[in-house]
Design a binder for this molecule. Structure first.
Ligand SMILES: NC(=O)c1ccc[n+]([C@@H]2O[C@H](COP(=O)([O-])OP(=O)(O)OC[C@H]3O[C@@H](n4cnc5c(N)ncnc54)[C@H](OP(=O)(O)O)[C@@H]3O)[C@@H](O)[C@H]2O)c1
Length: 308
């Protein structure tokens, strides 16, 4: 089969590789679409080439799991590799705990934009606990995770969601939703009961100064290069506030959670309540160009590649 690999020159290319060998608990998916996330950029830099890429996939099950778990052959599914298998490939073997059916009416391209970003957004928002009436801040709100986190926070009952944007012009990249407003870092006014930080560094430092008493700052990010600092006497000026690290692979350790959350994300998207804002759909030989565009911050929402 063919798959996308990194090259020593810092790009990507489609190469011939062996088909995946599924374990008894895995389905094999004939991939039709996959999304490009910041995590893919990070992986392409951190792992020595040649290295296969991809976290998300949508496609059709061509081999059911030998242990009888998961969807049957012919089921249209979305899936998340959790970093354990490359998904920018014609065939993808995934644990049945990390796949879910795609409802009728949801395109493969939109489904492919949901797993990694949606699970991260879900866990970031869930870190805030009971959100009815809460004031929520999402930093990096124009990114793939941020767009979904803002929508999930409103669905969870937040009274207001502020989406932090890098400039006033970038506000146009946010979904138009009652209760969601855009603000630059300088314009932010706390306190916030929940802050989902998707940038890190100086933005996280600033976010820590905006959390309400007893509020939560959920840190998910690997974007900014610099290190965040906890403001002096933070414990006294923000009593009871907590800073927690969120990794979307952690919740998935509980059996059934991955499929349940992926099913929910897909159903919300199919019913029009959640939109990953896929802005670009392109053939997979353009993955390198799209990654470069993402790196230059020229993309809004999610870019999706069609696997041929
Ligand atoms: N912990 C987890 O489980 C988990 C899972 C998935 C993703 N993540 C992390 O979540 C973060 C967001 O992921 P994503 O896929 O949504 O990323 P993305 O689509 O590339 O979005 C990045 C967002 O950050 C903003 N930004 C601010 N400073 C930036 C900088 N120096 N470089 C690039 N962007 C910058 C961008 O603003 P502009 O509008 O100006 O471009 C954009 O809103 C990443 O750090 C990713 O690694 C964590």
């Amino acid at each position: 089969m063919r798959a996308i690999s990194t090259t020593p020159q810092g790009g990507v290319e489609i190469i011939e590789v062996a088909d995946p060998q599924p374990t008894p608990h895995q389905v094999v998916i004939a991939a039709t679409a996959a999304s490009i996330a910041r995590g893919d950029l990070n992986t392409s830099r951190l792992r020595p080439p040649p290295s296969l890429l991809g976290l998300d996939v949508a496609g059709v099950v061509v081999r059911a799991a030998a242990d009888g778990s998961g969807p049957a052959e012919g089921t249209r599914v979305l899936g998340y590799s959790a970093g354990n298998a490359p998904t920018w490939a014609q065939r993808v073997a995934l644990d049945t705990d990390l796949v879910a059916p795609v409802p009728d009416g949801l395109s493969d391209e939109t489904a492919a934009a949901l797993p990694n970003s949606g699970l991260a957004a879900f866990d970031g928002v869930a870190a805030g606990g009971f959100l009815l009436g809460a004031r929520v801040l999402i930093t990096g709100a124009t990114g793939g995770v941020g767009i979904l986190a803002a929508q999930l926070a409103l669905l969870a009952g937040a009274a207001s969601v502020t989406g932090q944007v890098s400039s006033p012009a970038r506000a146009s990249a946010l979904p138009r939703l009652d209760g969601l407003t855009a603000a630059t870092l300088d314009e932010l006014q706390g306190p916030f009961d929940l802050i989902v930080d998707l940038i890190g560094g100086d933005v996280l430092t600033r976010a820590l100064s905006l959390v309400a008493e007893g509020g939560t700052v959920a840190s998910l990010s690997q974007t900014a290069d610099e290190t965040a600092t906890v403001p002096r006497f933070w414990f006294a000026t923000h009593p009871g506030a907590r800073l927690i690290g969120v990794d979307n692979r952690v919740a998935l350790r509980v059996p059934g959670v991955g499929t349940r959350h992926l099913t929910l994300l897909a159903q919300l998207a199919a019913s029009g309540q959640l939109d990953p804002m896929v802005s670009t759909v392109a053939p997979w030989d353009q993955a390198g160009d799209l990654m470069a565009k993402m790196d230059r911050r020229e993309l809004s929402g999610r870019a999706v590649i069609r696997i041929a």
